[in-house]
Design a protein around this ligand. Structure first.
Ligand code: ADP
Ligand code: ASP
Ligand code: MG
Length: 406
C-alpha cells in the first residue's frame, strides 16, 4: 500500500464528463490499495472569469477580496469530485484550504504555504476516505482566505505530498509530460522521460506553465517524487528527479516563453547613488516582483534610462506606485509596454559549454528579431522581444539547439 497525491488541472475537470473520468482514475488507485489525496483546480476558464469580474469592478481592488472571489472555483470542483467518487462507490470528502488547514502567509494573490496539518486528512484515510482537496487556496492569519498565484494547485499538491509523506505526487494535465518546449506552439517538441529539478525549476519560472515554479521548488526541497502525466491517456509521463538519475544529458534541454511580463522604461533618471533603491524599494514593498533590469550608461553624466519588467498583472499597480512617488524620484518620462515577451533557453550543460548565448543571438538575428533586454544565469539565457515574434523565436531556437523531433 502506498500513499499518493494526484492533482488534476482545469482541463481535466472542465465538465461533468471529465470529472467522471477523474473519479475513475482515482478509483483505480484506491482499488490498488492506495491511500489517496486528490487536489483539484477550478474548471478550465473559471479562474480567468473570476479574475476578470474582480478587475471590472476595480483594477486596484482589495487583494483580500480578490482571493475570496478567485478561490471559489476550486470549492466547486472539490465538492463535485467528492460527489462523483461517492456515486461510483468510493468513500470521499472534500476539503477547503482552511478546513485542512493549509496555512499560508498573507501575501494575497500570491501567498506562500507555511504549513499543512496532515492529521485530519490522515484520520480520513483511516476511515477509508479519499481526501479531495481544493487546490490553489490557503488561509492566513486572521482567518482570511488566500490564493497561491496562478497555477497554484500544483503547489498545493506538492506541499500536501510533502506533509503526508506521500510516495509520489502525480500531476495530471492535458499533455502527456514535460516537453522540450510548449508542444502547443512547436509541433516538433519532444517529450522528456526525465528532467532535473533544477531545469524544471528554470523552465517553470521562465514561463512553461506545465508546473507552477513554487511547486518544483518545494518538490526539490522536500524530495517529492514528482511526475507529470496525461489525464486522458495512459503513459509514463515525465519524472522530475535529481541530475544523477539522468544518463543522457544535453547542453540545452528546453525553451520557455512568457507573455506575462510587461516593460517599464523610465527616461531621464538622475544618475546618482540610491536611485535604483528608490525605484525598486517601493515596488518590493508592494509585493511587485521585478524581473529583468537594464540601466544604460549615462551619456552626459547626469541622467540615464532604466528599463525593467514586471508581471503584466502587476503593471497598473507598478505604474501607480512609481507615479505616486514622482516628487521623490526624478525622471522625465514613464513608458509602459505590454507588447513584449520573454524567451529563454535552459540547460545544465551550459555550465560547461561556451557559445550557447551566441547561437541564440544569431538565430534571432537571422529572423530579424530585435532583442530589447538580456538576462542570464548559470543555466539559462533570457531575452525580451516584441510579443508578435514569440512563436517564431521559440521555433527558431528549438531548431538551432537541435531539439527538433520528428
Ligand atoms: P493544468 O490546467 O492541468 O494545470 P496548464 O495549462 O497549467 O494545465 O499546463 C499545461 C500546459 O502547459 C500544456 O497544455 C502546454 O501548453 C503548456 N506547456 C508549456 N510549456 C510546456 C512544456 N515544456 N511541456 C509541456 N507543456 C508545456
Ligand atoms: N485555478 C487556478 C488558476 O487557474 C489554479 C490552478 O489551476 O492551478 O490559476
Ligand atoms: Mg496549471
Amino acid at each position: 500500500m502506498a500513499r499518493i497525491v494526484m492533482k488534476f488541472g482545469g482541463t481535466s475537470v472542465k465538465d461533468i464528463d471529465r470529472i467522471r473520468n477523474v473519479a475513475q482514475r482515482v478509483k483505480a488507485e484506491v482499488g490498488a490499495g492506495n491511500e489517496v489525496a486528490v487536489v483539484v483546480s477550478a474548471m478550465a476558464g473559471v479562474t480567468n472569469q473570476l479574475v476578470d469580474w474582480t478587475n471590472q469592478l476595480s483594477k486596484l481592488h482589495d487583494p483580500r477580496e480578490y482571493d475570496v472571489v478567485v478561490a471559489s472555483g476550486e470549492q466547486v470542483t472539490s465538492g463535485l469530485l467528492a460527489v462523483g467518487l461517492q456515486a461510483i462507490g468510493v468513500e470521499a470528502r472534500s476539503w477547503l484550504g482552511w478546513q485542512v488547514p493549509i496555512r499560508s502567509n498573507a501575501v494575497h494573490g500570491k501567498a506562500r504555504i507555511e504549513s499543512i496539518l496532515a492529521e485530519r486528512i490522515e484520520a480520513g484515510f483511516k476511515r477509508g476516505e479519499v481526501a479531495v482537496v481544493a487546490g490553489f487556496q490557503g488561509v492566513a492569519e486572521g482567518e482570511r482566505i488566500t490564493t497561491l498565484g496562478r497555477g497554484g494547485s500544483d503547489t498545493s499538491a506538492v506541499a500536501l505530498a510533502a506533509a503526508l509523506k506521500a510516495s509520489r505526487c502525480d500531476i495530471y494535465t492535458d499533455v502527456d509530460g514535460v516537453y522540450t518546449t510548449d508542444p502547443r506552439i512547436v509541433a516538433k517538441a519532444r517529450k522528456l522521460d526525465k528532467i532535473t529539478y533544477e531545469e524544471m525549476l528554470e523552465l517553470a519560472s521562465l514561463g512553461a506553465k506545465v508546473l507552477q515554479t513554487r511547486s518544483v521548488e518545494m518538490a526539490m526541497n522536500h524530495r517529492v517524487r514528482l511526475r507529470v502525466l496525461s489525464s486522458f491517456e495512459d503513459g509514463p509521463g515525465t519524472l522530475v528527479c535529481d541530475e544523477d538519475e539522468i544518463v543522457e544529458k544535453s547542453i540545452v534541454s528546453g525553451i520557455a516563453y512568457s507573455r506575462d511580463e510587461a516593460k517599464i522604461t523610465l527616461t531621464g533618471v538622475a544618475d546618482r547613488p540610491g536611485v535604483a533603491a528608490a525605484i525598486f524599494g517601493p515596488l518590493a514593498e508592494s509585493s511587485i516582483n521585478v524581473d529583468m533590469i537594464v540601466q544604460n550608461v549615462s551619456v552626459d553624466g547626469t541622467s540615464t534610462d532604466i528599463t525593467f519588467t514586471v508581471g503584466k498583472a502587476d503593471l497598473d499597480r507598478a505604474v501607480h506606485v512609481i507615479t505616486g512617488r514622482r516628487d521623490k524620484l526624478t525622471f522625465k518620462d514613464l513608458k509602459a509596454d505590454k507588447n513584449v515577451s520573454k524567451v529563454s533557453v535552459i540547460g545544465v550543460g551550459m555550465r560547461s559549454h561556451a557559445g550557447v548565448a551566441q547561437r541564440m543571438f544569431s538565430a534571432l538575428a537571422d529572423r530579424s528579431i530585435n532583442i530589447q533586454a538580456i538576462s542570464t544565469s548559470e543555466i539559462k539565457i533570457s531575452v525580451l522581444i516584441a510579443e508578435e515574434y514569440t512563436e517564431l523565436a521559440v521555433r527558431a531556437l528549438h531548431t538551432a539547439y537541435g531539439l527538433d523531433g520528428k
